[in-house]
Design a protein around this ligand. Structure first.
Ligand code: PLP
Length: 416
């Protein structure tokens, strides 16, 4: 089955009650049972069923199963937000004294989170580029996780997942990837050796910009050494399901960052058109990046115009993106335009792009990261994340290509 066919006809889409084509919204907090014994069994995971929606809910379960099947994992756990997913994916295996190696070009919220984790005794070492050369020297006996984004947001650096996973595994460390910007449409990270995949499903998976959510998917292949991951000791009997079992019975359930049933339903609806949307989004983003690059090449260099997009010839990640994503580049590009004033002028003059702090919407969205998402970051952090004062991030939507290209090229030509 190809990608979009699977989104509609995958096994997990066939199991809704009464032949329903979508999972019914189980908008309830608790599930009642005929006998006390029956409830006891469900509560203790000795019988299938649901007890309380923070711990499990049929609509949320339907969303989790669909993503798990799509990514080829052994388990998936939905969360109230992408940040909850990132946080819990880490806290499930970390404790005070542990170290993380992460990219410095990560999503701003994730960078801030690593700062928060310092107070709990978890230290993060950042690398400018998530490459074997930069990661290897930072691995020590306290390193417990390598964390990176498949395509950095907004730095747009591309991780060679296979190479980093091999290095991690040679040192007995799992690789967790945030695949939000790549989406399952560009690649399935487990095939390249990633161990845990997290998504902010608020973005492309939902697609309509109508609910905040996240999901953690477990590839089930990492061998958790109980001496290095003491918390996993009690879950070793679960074999490949150990990480998911610990998450569900531990920090995820106890933190209470569960996904609301209605939001899970909206995600399932959105997911079904992910292939169709991504096809158009990637086509639009590529056309837009190429047209802006052409403008930049045509003008003399004093005009300070440049564009960044993974598959562009000019991108240092061109070859890797072509290879790893089969020629697709995703839906985000960034434009540098000379000054913050000009960036604002362009953003305020665009006809179709909305100024909003989100990505993965059907609508094209633009933002000035330096004064918004990265406003709490130091100059050093901003530089490391590729966030400049004259940089606009564009999350490309599904509008007609011609309209978008015209809008951007006309506006940029008038301002630069
Ligand atoms: C948006 C985003 C997040 C956080 O997700 P929320 O759903 O907003 O909590 C994490 N990682 C990446 C790459 C994102 O784009």
């Amino acid at each position: 089955m190809e990608f979009s066919t699977k989104l509609l006809h995958g096994n997990e889409a066939k199991s809704y009650p009464n032949g329903a084509t979508l999972p019914p919204i189980s908008q309830v907090s608790a599930f009642a049972y005929e006998s006390s014994e029956a409830l006891e069994k469900v509560f203790q995971n000795r019988a299938p069923g649901f007890a309380y929606s923070r711990i499990g809910n049929p609509t949320v379960d339907a969303f989790e199963r669909r993503i798990c099947e799509l990514e080829g994992g052994v388990g998936a756990v939905a969360c109230s937000s992408g940040m909850a997913a990132v946080t819990l994916s880490l806290l499930n295996i970390l404790q005070a004294g542990d170290e993380v190696i992460a990219g410095s070009g990560l999503f701003g919220g994730t960078i801030d989170l690593f700062g928060d984790l310092e107070s709990f005794g978890i230290k993060t070492r950042f690398v400018r580029h998530m490459t074997v050369q930069e990661v290897k020297p930072l691995i020590n006996e306290r390193t417990r996780v390598i964390f990176g984004e498949v395509i950095g947001n907004p730095a747009l650096d591309v991780m060679d997942i296979r190479a980093v996973a091999e290095l991690a595994h040679a040192n007995g460390i799992p690789l967790i990837v945030d695949a939000t910007t790549a989406t399952p449409y560009l690649l399935h990270p487990f095939k390249y050796g990633a161990d845990i995949v997290v998504h902010s499903s608020s973005k492309y998976i939902n697609g309509g910009g109508n609910s905040i959510s996240g999901i953690i998917v477990d590839g089930g292949r990492f061998k958790w050494d109980a001496a290095r991951y003491p918390g996993m000791k009690n879950y070793s009997s679960y074999g490949p399901f150990a990480y998911t079992a610990k998450l569900r019975n531990g920090i995820w359930r106890n933190m209470g960052a569960c996904l609301a049933p209605t939001n899970a339903f909206l995600n399932v609806v959105g997911l079904e058109t992910l292939g169709l949307r991504m096809e158009r989004i990637c086509q639009n983003a590529r056309a837009l990046a190429e047209e802006i690059a052409r403008l930049a090449r045509r003008w003399d260099e004093r005009r300070d115009l440049s564009v960044n997009y993974p598959t562009l010839q000019e991108s240092p990640y061109h070859t890797l993106a072509e290879k790893q994503f089969g020629g697709k580049g995703g839906g985000i590009l960034t434009v540098r335009i000379g000054s913050k004033e000009k960036a604002y002028q362009v953003m305020d003059s665009l006809k179709y792009a909305k100024k909003a702090t989100n990505i993965g919407d059907v609508r094209t969205l633009v933002i000035h990261p330096a004064s918004t998402i990265y406003v709490h970051a130091s100059e050093e952090q901003k530089a490391a994340a590729g966030v400049y004062d004259d940089l606009i991030r564009v999350s490309v939507g599904i509008e007609d290509t011609k309209d978008l290209v015209e809008d951007f090229t006309n506006t940029i030509s008038a301002v630069v």
